[in-house]
Design a protein. Structure first.
Length: 313
């Protein structure tokens, strides 16, 4: 009986020990199942490009910026503000908003019609403005050798290669250095027909500097005559551009206009045709600190040096 009792007690003890040892073995299994296995992170689609939602400035279109007025936009693009208002169906020229896209070229002059889509089959490129070609050396990437330099200096129309004269050609400066610089102002045949005079007498107190002064300033006396520098049509007469005071703008051709700022009085009206030398205003100091005439010439809206047009004096 003692042996059987001992055996029974031993079996119970072993069973208890077995239960104790089994429990910790199951814990890691349970823990492993409770720990989620992370799937591959979902790839987020790329955020829409901000540029895609913004109005883009293209040839013939302009996006209104803070501080713009229709008159200022017209001056910067060499157009009449009334024309821009008509092209954009603006009942009130003063009612424009930041980020609004405006047409600044007429549809029949290369302007882009807002909302118009070109037919898919029309692949003919639109004519681009004629631009003077540069005569700088071609940018082919070749090893620097005397022979390569000679090749760069050959005109495109040269016949098949002639015997190289590397020592002679290498001593000649590239065409860009030897050729005189192209004129700063390229004019069409129509524009070359125009003749100009000085808009007023007086001492020049500020010269043209595209980054600082978009024209020239002529000092004078209050009430001094301001004359049209060339024949044309008055496209603006008023004080709607900050910094210009009483302003007259005369359009002389499809690409050239002249501007006369800081006047005391304006003597012409919008839409009026004027001849070269005609009295259009009286010199003053409106929106400036001294009596003077600020005179600009703009080509396709871009300021150019008036001294390139006015006669020597």
């Amino acid at each position: 009986m003692i042996n059987k009792s001992s055996l029974l007690l031993l079996s119970i003890t072993l069973g208890a020990l077995s239960a104790c040892t089994t429990t910790p073995q199951q814990a890691p299994v349970v823990d492993r199942h409770l720990t989620p296995t992370s799937p591959h992170p979902a790839v987020k689609p790329p955020a829409p490009s901000e540029d895609a939602s913004k109005a883009r400035d293209e040839r013939g279109l302009y996006t209104v910026k803070k501080g713009d007025t229709l008159i200022k936009i017209a001056l910067e693009h060499g157009q009449s503000y009334t024309d821009i208002a008509a092209w954009n169906n603006l009942a009130n020229p003063n009612d424009i908003k930041v980020d609004q896209v405006l047409r600044v070229l007429p549809p029949d002059n290369g302007g882009v019609v807002i909302g118009k889509v070109e037919p898919p089959g029309n692949t003919t490129p639109k004519p681009e403005p004629v631009v003077a070609r540069k005569t700088s050396p071609r940018g082919d990437k070749k090893p620097y050798t005397e022979g390569a330099l000679a090749d760069l200096q050959k005109p495109d129309s040269d016949k098949p290669e002639r015997p190289e004269k590397a020592p002679v050609v290498a001593s000649v400066a590239p065409p860009a250095a030897a050729t005189p610089a192209a004129p700063a102002v390229q004019l069409s045949a129509e524009d070359r027909e125009l003749t100009w005079i000085w808009p007023s007498d007086g001492r020049i107190v500020a010269t043209f500097d595209e980054g600082k002064n978009k024209g020239i300033d002529i000092a004078g006396k209050a009430g001094q005559h301001v004359m049209a520098a060339g024949a044309g049509k008055v496209m603006y007469a008023g004080s709607g551009i900050r910094g210009y005071g009483n302003l007259v703008i005369v359009k002389h051709s499809n690409s050239l206009l002249s501007a006369y700022a800081h006047n005391r009085a304006i003597l012409v009206k919008e839409g009026q045709s004027v001849s070269k030398g005609q009295l259009i205003a009286e010199m003053g100091d409106s929106d400036t600190d001294a009596v003077k005439l600020h005179f600009e010439i703009r080509q396709q809206g871009k300021p150019v040096d008036p001294s390139k047009f006015l006669p020597n004096r």
